[in-house]
Ligand binder design. Structure first.
Ligand SMILES: [Zn+2]
Length: 395
């Protein structure tokens, strides 16, 4: 086995062990992540206790035959003043708590009095002028002067929540929970009201996120500064599912030797996409791709797809070049290549402008058909692989 091949084969294992190592870090990180110091925390608004971290909506009929719309999974009520013994987890809009009467369940985040500590951080950059004097849309900003009007708070700036207020939405009857939750926050030396969508508590993640993946990704992001480099590193990590698929297929191929290459190839795709579908939200939620608005989600989706397809082609090449179709050992390599044919296509596009000028754009496309000669160092079998190479340049 030559050294290049060895490197390629050990890559998945290296990456997987790296992820696992980061996963171990998960535990210590998560313990300190949710603010467990619930001394004197209590329920501030009457509300429901739920069995699940998220729920749908159901319509029930009360004793007076009125139809009432309410969330599903209500297991009890909580009332003002009730003590909160412990906060276990924070998911998208609810907290898992143990109440002083011993009941355990999920309540909406805003029902629990703030911890009094800096246990939240900004999701995005926020301008000082976005801190409102009152919890209302279109309200005036907190007093800003000429000196501080350009102040901005960076993403991840820690903040302290002091108070919650709910602003009713205009469309009261059609939506179940309309309106906005505002929080009075203390951030650096300022305080004012911001919408709850602008920040998150430590450890607060999407309902569908998998903590094993979420924590390491979040950790990498913070380590690399939550920007371009963190994003780039995560793009590289996105190749891991396919490499895990490759590692599994390779392992299977040594046990069940007769399996043809295309079956192994199928196993890789299957494992890869299963992992992608299960981890998509976890990675998105914890990473630098997570910005307010839908465009970034689409962008992230496209990136995942590109990386998946690229890794998939890369692995396909490794399989067909190195796994001998005859003895099924991974001892093949490309000995020689020859060009079978070359086709040149020239396309001219003429752009005509309103002012009468013209511009010509000539595109040259070269399509090359190649044949690679592979040889197995185990049994001496020779085989050929055909591939197409396309290159393009504009003039
Ligand atoms: Zn062979």
């Amino acid at each position: 086995m030559n050294s290049t091949l060895f490197r390629i084969q050990s890559l998945p294992f290296l990456l997987v062990s790296m992820i696992l190592l980061l996963g171990i870090n998960t535990q210590s990180y998560s313990n300190s992540d949710v603010n467990n110091k619930t001394k004197d925390r209590y329920i501030t608004i009457n509300g429901h206790l739920f069995s699940e971290m998220s729920s749908g909506i159901e319509t029930i009929v009360d004793e007076n035959s009125n139809k009432i719309t309410q969330p599903t999974g209500i297991i009890g009520e909580v009332s003002i003043g009730m003590g909160v013994k412990k906060v276990h987890k924070i998911r998208f809009s609810r907290m898992q708590v143990t109440l002083e009467d011993g009941r355990k369940g999920w309540v909406d985040i805003q029902l629990v009095s703030p911890s009094g500590e800096k246990d939240a951080y900004l999701m995005n950059r926020v301008k000082l002028s976005e801190l409102m004097a009152q919890p209302q849309k279109g309200n005036t900003a907190v007093l800003i002067s000429d000196e501080n009007k350009n102040i901005q708070f960076k993403r991840n700036t820690p903040l302290k929540v002091m108070e919650w207020k709910h602003e009713e939405g205009k469309n009261k009857n059609s939506l179940f929970q309309s309106g906005t939750w505002w929080a009075k926050v203390e951030i650096e030396d300022y305080s004012g009201w911001i919408e709850n969508s602008k920040f998150r508590f430590k450890g607060q993640m999407f309902d569908t996120a998998i903590p094993m993946i979420w924590y390491p990704i979040r950790w990498i992001n913070r380590l690399l500064g939550d920007g371009f480099w963190a994003g780039l590193f995560i793009i590289i990590l996105l190749g891991v599912p396919m490499l895990i698929g490759y590692a599994i297929a390779r392992f299977i191929s040594t046990k069940i030797r007769f399996l043809p290459n295309f079956i192994l190839y199928f196993i890789i795709i299957l494992v890869g996409f299963l992992i992608y579908s299960n981890t998509f939200m976890s990675i998105y939620d914890a990473s630098a791709f997570n910005r307010a608005g839908g465009i970034s989600m689409t962008f992230y989706g496209i990136i995942v797809l590109i990386v998946a397809v690229a890794t998939f082609f890369y692995i396909r090449k490794i399989i067909f070049e190195t796994r001998c179709p005859d003895c099924k050992h991974w001892d093949g390599s490309v000995l020689d290549s020859s060009k079978l044919s070359e086709t040149n296509i020239t396309k001219t596009v003429t752009w005509r402008y309103y002012n009468g000028t013209e511009e010509k754009e000539v595109t040259h496309t070269t399509i090359e058909h190649w044949e690679d000669f592979c040889n197995c160092s185990n049994c001496g079998f020779c085989w050929k692989i055909r591939r197409i190479e396309k290159s393009e340049y504009k003039q």
